[in-house]
Structure formats: C-alpha cells, structure tokens
Ligand binder design. Structure first.
Ligand SMILES: NC(=O)c1ccc[n+]([C@@H]2O[C@H](COP(=O)([O-])OP(=O)(O)OC[C@H]3O[C@@H](n4cnc5c(N)ncnc54)[C@H](O)[C@@H]3O)[C@@H](O)[C@H]2O)c1
Ligand SMILES: [Zn+2]
Length: 349
C-alpha cells in the first residue's frame, strides 16, 4: 500500500524513509511508459543497487562523471542524446539518483525534454536530501557561473532515504550538515538540540530519519510561503552571502572548501550579537576556523558585490531575527566585512 507522504509541496509528495516502503509502492501506482535513471560515477556504484530492485518498469541508466564541473550544457547534451536514443516519450519518467548536481541537471533536462516530462528526485547526499531536492529549482552552470540557466519545476515526487548516507564521505556529510543546522537557525531551534555538545565523530549515530524530517519541514515551509523567492525565501540564503564569497575564493587555491564549510563560516560571520555566540557554539565543533589573509579582503568584497540581493554598491545580508521564520536585512560595507571575518576566522593581519 502506498504510504502517506511526509510533506506535500505544489502537489508533489515528499517521502522520508526506506525506499522500499516509499518509492516502490509509489511507482506501482503510476503508469509510465519508460523509466530512465540518471546516476553519476559514485551513485552508480553506491546507490543504484538499492534502487534497481524496486523498479517495476524496464529501465535504462545514464551515468555521467561526478562533480560540479560537469553540471553544464555539454553534459545536458549527453543526457538529451540518451533520451533520444531510448526514444523517451512524454509519458516517461526520469529518476535523478544522486546529489544536488544530478538533481539540478536531471531536473532541468527533464523539464525541457519535449516541453517537460516527469522526474523524481532520489537525493543521495545530506545536502540534496535536506535542501537541493526540495523547492523545484533546477539548472546548470554556464560559462563557469553557477546556476545561470534553469527553470522552476516541481518534481513528481521526492524520496529521501537516509540509508544512502552510509557511503557518503565524512566531509560530504558535514557539508550537508551546515544546511541542516541552517534550517535549525532559521526555523526550528529544537532541531539544534541534537547537535549541541555532540562530538563530530558521533554524527553518524544520530537518528537521521527524524532529523531529515525536521530539516525538510523548514525548507518546505519557506518555499511554500515564497515559491518564487520574493521575500521569505531569502532566509535560505543565511550564511550564503559571505559563504559564497569564501567558497569562490578558496576554489582558486590549493585548499578548496566544501559548500557547507564555507557557509558555516558565513553564518557565524553574518550573525550579529546576541545570537552570534550560540551560532558559533553549535557550528565550530564541526567547522573549525579557517585562515583568511588580509590580502584576500578586496577579492572577497568584489565577490560579495556580485550577489543577486545587492543594490547600489552595498552588500545586503538576510539573517534570521527573532527565531523562527523572521528576518532582518543588513547592509554592510567592506570595512564591516573585514571586522566580521576578523572575529570568527584565523584572519592573519
Ligand atoms: N536546487 C536547489 O535548490 C539547490 C540547493 C542547494 C544546492 N544545490 C546544488 O547542489 C549541488 C551540490 O550538491 P551535493 O553537495 O549533493 O553535490 P554532488 O551532487 O556533487 O555530490 C557530492 C559528491 O558525493 C557523491 N555522492 C553522492 N551521493 C553519494 C552516496 N550516497 N555515497 C557516496 N558518494 C555519493 C557524488 O558523486 C559527488 O562526488 C550544487 O550544484 C548546488 O548548486 C541546488
Ligand atoms: Zn547552500
């Protein structure tokens, strides 16, 4: 029997739990002409075995090379070529089995194939389970600029199964953790309780089914109230204004940071007192301070000026105010940025 979804967003059900109890029964209730599964190098090996026995339809797979550098038009061409080869008609289903890269790019390829076929998200990283798979944003990078081309399109369903986390590296797990904690800060202080005073080595022992449900609840609520990013959805960018600048800066060095590592620093730096101490207390055990050299400051400021939320030379930060679900927008100068970074990094001056 088909299980009741944990959430529903724009008519698309979101299930948390064992795929055998969620995806299997859901698929039996559908009538697709064909199923195509999109994987990357890693999810093909680690995740496809869990999925394939549940597919009641004959299916083909498309495997692409793992990595953000492949979230581009060239890879879309490969995917569309396979869709053509397998004669995918408008009643077909694409299953995106992977992290945010697979979900974003597969979603985009499906949304544009024959003016749109159904796709489902089966996220396999913590980041994609809690964040990327929810909210209907699909897209690819273009000429090196992230998420430049894409469409809003809700998936037919989302299936988050924490069992996939077992094969994820510690570093990728922590990258997603930053978004889970972000959801705690912006919408559900209770979610943070499980992480306060937790030794990072104990992360894998947490009840992820329940934590995912709590974290997804925050994202679903925000995107439901603000589907097209007019206001409240800006809260999801908490930590990302400074974080994205730090992420881009370190991408050009020989010690790049993960997205989560960068936005964790971003959240700490963006938060004004009196909340800052608490935010740092929770994040620092998982995300130790990084070193930023004074010479990096002008580059970081230039990177921040590119942020979409800015207006006329000032950088605007959306940060949680009185928790939960309220925000304030701060305008900051280059000098403010230096001071914010100085406080919570090993900035060398
Ligand atoms: N659409 C949205 O709203 C939204 C939100 C946030 C992020 N994103 C996008 O998501 C992407 C980042 O997502 P990500 O962090 O999941 O990256 P990712 O998809 O690159 O996955 C990270 C790495 O983990 C591997 N992997 C995935 N699942 C695994 C598993 N279960 N076991 C072992 N290895 C596994 C992947 O092959 C990859 O090497 C970015 O492109 C970002 O722009 C989109
Ligand atoms: Zn993020």
């Amino acid at each position: 029997m088909e299980r009741k979804p944990d959430f529903s967003w724009q008519d698309s059900p979101v299930f948390v739990g064992n795929l055998a109890e969620t995806l299997g029964p859901w698929l039996k209730g559908q009538s697709y002409s064909q199923v195509l599964v999109l994987t990357d190098t890693h999810t093909h090996v680690h995740c496809l075995p869990r999925l394939q026995n549940l597919l009641p339809y004959p299916f083909h797979t498309i495997q692409i090379t793992a990595g953000e550098q492949h979230k581009n038009l060239e890879t879309c061409t490969l995917i569309w070529q396979q869709m053509l080869l397998h004669k995918l008609d408008r009643k077909s289903l694409l299953i995106n089995l992977g992290g945010g890269v697979i979900g974003d790019m597969g979603g985009f390829c499906a949304a544009t194939w024959k003016r749109g076929i159904d796709f489902i998200q089966v996220p396999t990283t913590l980041l994609s389970m809690t964040d990327a798979a929810i909210g209907g944003k699909t897209g690819i990078d273009f000429q090196g600029i992230k998420n430049t081309i894409g469409v809003f399109q809700a998936p037919a369903a989302v299936f988050a199964d924490p069992a996939f986390l077992h094969t994820l590296s510690d570093r990728e797990l922590k990258s997603g953790l930053a978004e889970v904690l972000k959801h705690g800060f912006i919408g559900d202080p209770k979610l943070l309780d499980s992480f306060a005073n937790l030794h990072p080595a104990a992360l894998r022992t947490l009840p992820w089914n329940q934590l995912l449900t709590q974290s997804i609840a925050v994202k679903v609520r925000v995107v439901t109230e603000d589907p097209k990013e007019k206001g409240l959805r800006m809260l999801l960018n908490y930590g990302h204004s400074i974080g994205h600048a730090i992420e881009s800066y370190f991408l050009g060095t020989d010690s790049p940071l993960t997205h989560g590592e960068a936005i964790a620093i971003g959240m700490i730096c963006e938060t004004p007192p009196p909340h800052q101490t608490r935010v740092a207390q929770i994040l620092e055990p998982f995300f130790p301070k990084i070193t930023i050299r004074k010479e990096a400051m002008p580059t970081l400021w230039q990177l921040m000026l590119q942020d979409k939320k800015n207006s006329s030379g000032a950088v605007r930060l959306a940060i949680p105010d009185e928790l939960p679900y309220t925000m304030q927008v701060l305008s900051i100068t280059e000098q403010d940025l230096s001071e914010m970074l100085l406080q919570y990094t090993n900035a060398s001056y």
